[in-house]
Design a protein around this ligand. Structure first.
Ligand code: BG6
Ligand code: MG
Length: 220
């Protein structure tokens, strides 16, 4: 059987946490009197916590001192983690669990490639931490998506060449990272946001029945 490196982003791909990030950033922006739109939020997907706050401040044309910046980051994460507390297995996005089980049965290498520093506790909470053969998250990388470091590191840990990697992403930055690395990029979300992806599905449930098989023979 052909082996591929199956690399999953976390927020908005494996679990429905993208909405929590949005709410927490929106509240933070409004605490600084900054108007923050859904379109702007799209550009924060896949982007690190620090860079996200920098961008919100740039868009709002606001400057804050270093100490306030750090406080705001803590405030955002605390609010986010309160929402994460409510997560359980039903928040795993539709079709993801079955897809992972299917890959496991075929003994396909599976990795997580996420910008989040909260990735491990979230996967643990969902009861799927041990389904991943490798985890690369925001605590492991120095360069954020669209830099491909996170996905290249995942391939290294899986002992797989990067040209054999298939990346599942809901963010523009993540799709760009996969493309830069020469990996197959599969977008999960809306075509209008993810037009740079090799293919886009609204969810894992929308993939054709034999799609997992097709992926094994797919080349960039
Ligand atoms: C990404 C999310 O997965 O992780 C971003 O798409 C988020 O919205 C980033 O800012 C960092 O996450 P965390 O959990 O470390 O704040
Ligand atoms: Mg994401």
């Amino acid at each position: 059987m052909i082996k591929k490196a199956f690399i999953f982003d976390l927020d908005g791909v494996v679990v429905d946490t993208a909405k929590f990030h949005f709410v927490a950033w929106q509240n933070l922006a409004s605490s600084l009197d900054i108007n923050f739109t859904e379109e702007e939020n799209e550009q924060l997907k896949g982007v690190s916590r620090v860079r996200s706050l920098e961008k919100i401040l740039e868009w709002g044309n606001k400057k804050i001192d270093k100490e306030t910046f750090e406080q705001k980051l803590i405030q955002k994460n605390e609010e986010y983690l309160k929402m994460v507390e409510t997560l359980d297995q039903k928040d795993i996005l539709p079709g993801v669990y079955d897809f992972l089980i299917h890959l496991k049965k075929q003994d396909q290498p599976i990795a997580l490639g996420s910008a989040s520093k909260n990735a491990r506790p979230i996967l643990k909470k969902l009861g799927i931490l041990n389904m991943f053969d490798a985890i690369v998250d925001g605590t492991d990388v120095s360069k954020a998506k669209p830099d491909p470091e996170v996905f290249l590191n995942a391939c290294k840990l899986l002992n797989m060449p990067s040209e054999n990697a298939i990346v599942f992403e809901d963010s523009i930055a993540g799709i760009q990272a996969a493309n830069i690395a020469g990996m197959i990029s599969i977008g999960l979300g809306e075509e209008k946001n993810l037009s740079e992806a090799d293919e886009v599905f609204r969810s894992f449930l929308d993939m054709p029945a034999d799609y997992q098989h097709q992926l094994l023979n797919k080349t960039k």
